[in-house]
Design a protein around this ligand. Structure first.
Ligand code: AHM
Ligand code: MG
Length: 339
């Protein structure tokens, strides 16, 4: 069969064979995410048509509970994973605590935990701008057969066995890695099938796009201010183009295809940055690195940070390898000149 016509289902089966001693659990997790993504995609695409936008807890005219789409997406992803009894624990940006998956005696025997941001950038829904789901899979640390513990979730990103995102946009795509490169699948909505459309995605080493919320400029650290000025200089291929959707998945997806850098640094307003290390930075970092890009907190590799708490935040510099390296140079220089 021609590579371009391969479905995600076929791809998952083929790749399971490539994992020696694989029990198929990881494949079933990706399969469940594929299914949940289709359900969420259906709702996201109807968002402007039916009365589903609005505060969670309200009721629509049929008297049904009205849910915000991020609450809905959270429930769909969690229920899909729980119903299939393929993970032992789930942590979500939408939930304060992690979930221990129970249900039958066998559940604790599963090896993997899933961490996710079910609908990132959901404030964009009301204005018809693309949003995304981000997920990350780790092998548990606690012994199989016992309930999960917090340590199963507080693992550095280098321990990820899979990570991916779904982008709900002009077309819906699922992009993921299991540590063997990055592949992108586009949904054919007419028949509800994802097809391999972007095999072996490569992050261009250089780019001309920088993506940052410049409204926060005065609050940024000096190194970031200096780097932004560098991006705007008239020299070589600069000034770079500024592109910022404010939807992490979309901004990084575009930069990964075209070349560019995404920055969400610390600021005097958010001293630890805004993005969540476990649900946003680590999975995106794994994908970006697998595609040949680079992800750091401005000074250190994101995936080597030892997480201390579930919802911890981190500054995030991510994109074309050489661009991130350059931004890090500015950060280091500013730090040195401070002392
Ligand atoms: P969310 O998880 O509450 O949706 O916030 C994350 C989003 C990212 O998608 C996006 O890159 C960033 O927040 C935008 O933040 P800002 O509006 O501060 O630029
Ligand atoms: Mg988010």
């Amino acid at each position: 069969m021609e590579e371009r016509n391969k479905t995600l289902g076929e791809f998952i089966i083929e790749n399971q064979a490539a994992f020696q001693y694989s029990s198929g659990e990881l494949s079933r997790i990706i399969n469940s995410i594929r299914l949940a993504a289709k359900v969420v995609n259906y709702k996201v695409n109807k968002a402007g048509l039916v009365d589903i936008i609005g505060a969670a807890g309200a009721q629509n005219i049929q008297g049904e509970d009205q849910q915000k789409l991020d609450v809905y997406a959270n429930e769909i992803f969690i229920q899909t994973l729980i119903n299939r009894e393929i993970v032992c624990g789930i942590a979500s940006e939408e939930n304060d605590e992690y979930i221990t998956v129970e249900g039958n005696d066998n559940c604790h025997n599963n090896k993997y935990v899933v961490l996710m941001d079910p609908l990132d950038g959901s404030s964009n829904i009301d204005v018809n701008v693309s949003v995304g789901t981000i997920f990350s899979v780790y092998r548990r640390i606690s012994p199989v057969g016992t309930p999960v513990t917090i340590e199963d979730f507080l693992q550095p990103g280098i321990n990820q066995v899979a990570a991916g995102y779904v982008i709900y946009s002009t077309s819906t795509m699922l992009v993921y890695t299991t540590g063997h490169g990055v592949n992108g699948f586009t949904l054919n909505p007419a028949i509800g099938t994802f097809y391999l459309s972007h095999p072996n995605i490569q992050f261009p080493k250089n780019g001309i796009i920088y993506s940052v919320n410049e409204g926060n400029y005065v609050h940024f650290p000096q190194g970031v201010k200096d780097y932004i000025k560098y991006c705007q200089l008239e020299e070589d291929e600069r000034p770079y183009t500024s592109r910022y959707i404010g939807s992490l998945v979309s901004d990084i997806h575009r930069n990964m295809l075209k070349g560019g850098i995404y920055l969400y640094p610390t600021s005097s307003k958010s001293p630890k940055g805004k993005l969540r290390l476990l649900y946003e930075c680590n999975p995106m970092a794994f994908i970006v690195e697998q595609a040949g890009g680079k992800a750091s907190d401005g000074l250190n590799r994101i995936m080597e940070i030892e997480p201390k708490e579930l919802h911890e935040r981190a500054p995030f510099f991510c994109g074309s390898y050489n661009m991130v390296e350059k931004a890090e140079d500015f950060m280091r220089l500013a730090k040195l000149s401070k002392y």
